[in-house]
Design a protein around this ligand. Structure first.
Ligand code: ADP
Ligand code: ASP
Ligand code: MG
Length: 416
């Protein structure tokens, strides 16, 4: 049991703090009691606390599984009504535990706070958060326990924010109430230089810039949902990623400052949620790319990497990647275009993964790409596609090399 929240040393005596607890942290009654003790200790230390909780671990998957038993394409509105119940259970259990311990807690669902979103069921975006009800409760000395992941649209429909969305609830609430800190409690004790489950040598980063974290999150590091990092950056929310099972300091998300570029690579990450689509032997003429990617864009499918082979005798191959969940839809669109433009055929490969290195220091250090490719060549890992930006390099490899690629790249850029 925690007597007081360690790591608050640098906190002022009375602060406004948002604490978000992920699924593993509330995965059993015993763990919910542990969370309640930590929340209570923060309250006892004189801070105002708003808590955001996820569903118990495995619960969202279980609910989605039930929906899939009904239909291969369950109705999206009803799906959100279903999956949002996971968080309704945990807010009730946590508020109940706190009240049982004698603390003035109260639970709030998304529509009660008024977490207003658009109507994109399953991947809704937060438009506005009504801070008043929350703040009134906090000013009365009560502990607000808010359901993560869920919101409400303009027609009072329940919406959800996409997998990992409780992170975004936490950070967005912190922004709305101008909290002094947003603590993200999870099952690792911070953001690491690579997923510690893949890379045993990964080390904890004491701080990371918003931009690096944005890249890591969008390139597969699921420790924070990407939209939560977008909120954090836009509203300068001080986010502290830490473990719910220890009192250690975790990782702070911070604005870029001098010195950060000295570190070439901040992290290595991978994303297996990719399918590669190739249009074979297609006439190479102006307007080709527009006719292929136009319909895909209109269907709101995000195309990631694109390569076009050098043209031979007026024909070329065009290859690109899309998220696995969009592959079927993209494929049927591409097949239609391929027939129209007289291509030789369409091939797909879902046994691929994207592996990326991220770091502000890449702006000023030459030769990072060369070191990356030498490392992969040494391990005989074939690079199928490459894309770069100012602070990241991504490659596509055969899925069976994903973990090996992460480990060897990590060892290259973070020698022991
Ligand atoms: P929660 O349920 O608390 O939201 P998640 O499972 O969504 O937790 O995110 C935490 C997981 O993110 C960790 O268990 C870890 O395996 C994974 N992860 C991936 N990349 C990283 C990284 N660079 N640093 C820390 N954790 C990472
Ligand atoms: N329960 C939701 C999920 O599993 C949201 C979250 O945990 O952040 O994705
Ligand atoms: Mg998560």
């Amino acid at each position: 049991m925690l007597g007081r929240p360690v790591g608050y040393g640098k906190y002022r005596s009375s602060m406004l703090i948002v604490q978000k607890y992920g699924g593993t942290s509330v995965g059993s009654i015993e763990r919910i009691r542990g969370v309640a003790r930590r929340v209570a200790a923060t309250h006892d230390a004189g801070h105002q606390v708003a808590v955001v909780v996820s569903a118990m671990s495995g619960e969202t998957n279980r609910l989605l599984g039930l929906a899939k038993e009904i239909s291969s394409h369950p109705d999206e509105r009803e799906c959100d009504v279903l999956v949002s119940t996971g968080e309704q259970v945990t807010v009730a259990l946590l508020a109940m535990t706190l009240k049982d311990m004698g603390y003035p807690a109260f639970s709030l669902l998304g529509h009660q706070v008024q977490i207003a979103t658009d109507s994109a069921f399953g991947k809704a975006r937060i438009r506005h958060i009504e801070a008043e009800r929350l703040m009134t409760g906090l000013h009365q000395g009560r502990i607000a326990v808010v359901a993560g992941f869920q919101g409400v649209d303009a027609d009072d429909n329940i919406t959800t924010l996409g997998r990992g969305g409780s992170d975004t609830t936490g950070v967005a609430i912190a922004a709305a109430i101008q909290a002094d800190a947003c603590e993200i409690y999870t099952d690792v004790d911070g953001v690491y230089s690579a997923d510690p489950r893949i890379c045993p040598h990964a080390h904890k980063l004491h701080r990371i810039s918003y931009d690096e974290m944005l890249e890591l999150a969008s390139l597969g590091a699921k420790v924070l949902q990407i939209r939560s990092v977008e909120f954090a950056k836009r509203y300068s929310v001080p986010v502290h990623v830490r473990s719910s099972f220890s009192a250690d300091e975790g990782t702070w998300l911070v604005r870029e400052d001098a010195g950060m570029e000295e570190v070439t690579v901040a992290g290595v990450t991978s994303d297996s949620d990719q399918t590669k689509i190739t249009i074979l032997h297609v006439p190479d003429r102006p307007g080709l790319a527009a006719s292929v990617f136009g319909p895909i864009a209109e269907s709101n499918i995000v195309v990631d990497m694109i390569i076009q082979n050098a043209s031979a005798e007026g024909f070329t191959d065009l290859t690109f990647t899309v998220p696995k969940g969009d592959a079927q839809k993209a494929l049927s669109l591409v097949k239609a275009t391929a027939a129209e433009v007289g291509a030789g055929g369409v091939a797909t490969d879902s046994d691929v993964a994207k592996v990326s290195i991220v770091g502000l220091g890449m702006r000023s250090h030459a030769g990072v790409a060369a070191r990356m490719f030498q490392t992969l060549a040494r391990e005989r890992i074939n690079v199928q596609m490459i894309s770069t930006s100012e602070i990241k390099i991504s490659i596509v490899v055969d899925a069976k090399y994903t973990e090996l690629a992460v480990r060897v790249l990590h060892d290259t850029f973070f020698p022991a």
